[in-house]
Design a protein around this ligand. Structure first.
Ligand SMILES: Cc1cc2nc3c(=O)[nH]c(=O)nc-3n(C[C@H](O)[C@H](O)[C@H](O)COP(=O)(O)OP(=O)(O)OC[C@H]3O[C@@H](n4cnc5c(N)ncnc54)[C@H](O)[C@@H]3O)c2cc1C
Length: 427
């Protein structure tokens, strides 16, 4: 070994300088992978570019309340590994309410209006699930049925928000594979939960990986804190970071792997965090739909964890529009729209605490990876290891939980399990 990785002086954890496996990135995928490898008796070093772990899950305190800046929902409860593990550990999980708020021009909507919205969602889901069975892929927007009424736009906008791009830029074959049912939340924030799972793991912070050489036996990983050698590497950096060539591979990755990496588009979803004690919404953790005026919030989650905090969500077109404007533009936008619905007086004690910019963070460059029409197979094509030494993992590879912390964890565990099997067999 030419150089060694210094031990992390801030912690008592000993970092192996020649571990069995190097993991790039300490988000959900990296933490899930590290725990799985350590449980198999292998040695691991995790290199993390940021000065904290958790990646796109992180919880910050505002006015003494924990608020997630990234992932917040535990989606797909029955298949989400973070839910299963959370119940085993006795973590403070709670079911997300299925009922939400429905307002028309600032007043609670009628039962008939709310039923019409539910019906429009059900029609869209049925049509998309049906259309996705056809061999030929197409933009998901093309399969939205006619006749959904004026609420059709709302349905399309919400699906675009949770997809990370407008539906005409999303693969129909990929879209309905996502499982969204049976969601949960966790008291104290999802970021803090993932942080607890990463505690005491052999992680080196402020360690940006810039090259992986797999020309010889095993891998040589060059980072800002030195060079490591290992039998295998798991790369969990977001696809958008790999697209920017943040990590140079020598030799170059096979064409089909490069094409898969470059096939994804940037999914964008950002939180504008509101502190609004007098908000009209009652009950914790409910989604609110506001219609009937010129504009609507792309998404709104109210009274998070029964606090005065709310997420005003930005979809990709809105968030990208703000890139060309001043930093206060998202806050002004949230205020303008809520004023259109509830009037100035209702917003007297509303403060905008923060607006996230994951799309411009050099270590994420997006909120998650999106599959454009025609490229649905690329999630799976990244699962095969390169030369039995480099595995990719992370949210982008998950078929049924893409774009989620649970999907990232699942993929980290999958890669780790495969490496453990392979190294055991070669002993
Ligand atoms: C605003 C927002 C809201 C979201 N809401 C939800 C939600 O409610 N529920 C949900 O499940 N998911 C949600 N997501 C998505 C979820 O956060 C991600 O899918 C998941 O956290 C990704 O985990 P990962 O391990 O694949 O990647 P990451 O968490 O991004 O981890 C990758 C790690 O690699 C590090 N890294 C990058 N480059 C390098 C390098 N060169 N060298 C070393 N380290 C590097 C990064 O710093 C990072 O820590 C949301 C995301 C955003 C942004």
């Amino acid at each position: 070994m030419r150089e060694s990785v210094p031990l992390d002086s801030s912690s008592a954890i000993i970092l192996s300088q020649e571990p069995d496996v190097v993991i790039v990135g300490a988000g959900s995928a990296g933490i899930g992978a590290a725990r799985r490898l350590l449980a198999s008796g292998l040695t691991v070093t995790v290199l993390e570019a940021r000065n904290r772990i958790g990646g796109r899950t992180v919880t910050r305190s505002f006015k003494g309340h924990p608020v997630d800046l990234g992932a917040h929902w535990l989606h797909a409860g029955p298949i989400n590994p973070l839910v299963k593990l959370g119940f085993e550990r006795g973590e403070p999980l709670r079911r997300a309410p299925t009922e939400g708020h429905f307002y028309v021009r600032g007043k609670p909507g009628s039962r008939a209006q709310s039923v019409a919205l539910d019906r429009a969602f059900a029609m869209a889901d049925r049509a998309m699930t049906q259309a996705a069975k056809a061999r030929e892929d197409q933009p998901a927007a093309k399969s939205l049925p006619p006749g959904m009424g004026p609420l059709g736009h709302r349905v399309s906008d919400i699906h675009g928000l949770v997809s990370g791009r407008p539906l005409d830029e999303v693969s129909l074959h990929d879209f309905p594979s996502m499982e969204y049912a049976d969601n949960l939340f966790i008291a104290g924030g999802l970021g803090d939960y993932v942080g607890r799972l990463g505690k005491d793991l052999p992680i080196r912070l402020n360690a940006a990986v810039h090259a992986i050489d797999w020309s010889g036996q095993g891998v040589q990983v060059d980072s800002s804190v030195g060079t490591l050698r290992a039998k295998a590497a798991i790369v969990t950096t977001p696809m958008t970071v790999l697209q920017a060539d943040a990590i140079r591979f020598a030799p170059a990755l096979p064409d089909e792997v490069r094409e898969a990496i470059h096939g994804f588009t940037r999914g964008v979803y950002e939180h504008v965090i509101l502190h609004w004690p007098d908000a009209p919404f009652k009950g914790p953790d409910r989604l609110a739909t506001l219609i009937g005026t010129h504009r609507s919030p792309p998404g709104l989650l109210t009274r998070i964890d029964n606090t005065p905090f709310h997420f005003f969500e930005l979809d990709q077109p809105h968030a990208m529009h703000f890139d060309r404007r001043d930093v206060h533009a998202p806050a002004r936008f949230a205020r303008e729209i809520l004023t259109e619905h509830f009037g100035h007086r209702a917003l007297r004690n509303l403060s905008v605490m923060h607006a996230t910019t994951w799309r411009n963070d050099p270590w994420s460059r997006a909120s998650w990876a999106v599959i454009p029409p025609g490229l649905a197979p690329i999630r799976d094509s990244l699962k095969a290891p390169v030369a039995g030494r480099i595995w990719f993992a992370g949210e982008a590879l998950s078929r049924t939980q893409w774009g989620t912390a649970g999907g990232a964890w699942e993929e980290g565990e999958r890669a780790a399990g495969e490496i453990a099997e392979r190294l055991k067999a070669s002993r």
